[in-house]
Design a protein around this ligand. Structure first.
Ligand SMILES: [Fe+2]
Ligand SMILES: [Fe+2]
Length: 274
């Protein structure tokens, strides 16, 4: 199975780059399943229902989120209406929406996708992400109810991301980190067969600070005083993500490689899909 994950779309530039390129990628690379993180798609903060549905229309099977999930307040309402919308699973019981779902890929495979948030340097009050993953895997184990299992682990600390990867190694097809908006070069297959990458990077303008216009964040670092709002950087966007070839027999990762398309970073496509 061919699975593509794209990191956090940031602002209009990021989302329009994904919308324009994703349909071609789905057909050219013969993708079976696509996951896109959308937590920063609306002006850098959250995601509206219109942006969510347009991302699904462009070819995403699931949209994941993270700490910015509720920045657009309408998400608190539409989260319950859309099966393909995920918020972090380890929010308290009673939070709108859901943190995981089982979906059918284009090749017929049953794909369990879960969105989980880390706690280190982020939100220590969240439920334990490791226990949340354990419960999700227990309810829908790889090789039984699921033919593939994917975690979007939305976290700040690479230590927590790596330990999460090891925790589910052999029980998940793929673990990808999001949230730092910078792609890492540590894509690999862990000892138990789980594909892993600490961060997928963002889909946005890399002439920026995390996709936002660099003037305001730099000003705040220099003076500690806010001068204006954070606005998404308006230059050409680069799409960043990762492709994983998942065994139809075992549900584990066979190949993994980054994908980068766009103006600023060195372009690369998974060569095994060429
Ligand atoms: Fe983000
Ligand atoms: Fe985030």
């Amino acid at each position: 199975m061919r699975l593509l994950f794209l990191g956090d779309m940031v602002g209009r530039g990021g989302r329009e780059a994904v919308w324009s390129r994703l349909p071609g990628l789905v057909s050219d690379l013969k993708l079976d399943f696509v996951i896109v993180n959308g937590e920063n798609a609306a002006g850098g903060f959250g995601i509206t229902e219109d942006i969510f549905t347009s991302t699904i229309a462009a070819g995403a099977d699931v949209v994941t989120t993270g700490n910015h999930v509720w920045d657009q307040r309408e998400a608190l309402v539409y989260a319950d209406r859309h099966d393909q919308f995920l918020r972090p699973a380890n929010y308290p019981a009673g939070t709108p929406g859901k943190g995981s779902g089982l979906y059918i890929a284009r090749n017929g495979a049953r794909v369990l996708v879960a969105n989980i948030m880390g706690r280190v340097f982020m939100h220590p009050e969240l439920d334990d992400p490791f226990k949340a993953a354990e419960a999700i895997l227990h309810a829908c184990p790889l090789g039984e109810q699921a033919d593939a299992v994917v975690f979007d682990f939305h976290a700040e600390a690479t230590s927590e991301k790596q330990c999460f990867g090891h925790f589910v190694d052999g029980r998940a097809s793929f673990v990808v980190g999001t949230h730092t908006h910078v792609p890492t070069a540590d894509h690999q297959i862990l000892n138990g067969g789980t594909g892993y990458m600490s961060d997928a990077g963002m889909c946005g303008d890399y002439d920026s600070s995390l996709g936002m216009d660099k003037e305001e964040p730099l000003h705040r670092f220099l003076t500690k005083v806010p001068r204006g709002r954070f606005e998404p950087a308006g230059g050409p966007a680069t799409i960043c993500g990762v492709g994983v070839e998942i065994s139809d027999r075992t549900g584990l990762a066979e190949k993994i490689a980054p994908l980068r398309i766009g103006a600023r970073l060195q372009e690369t496509l998974p060569e095994f899909w060429a």
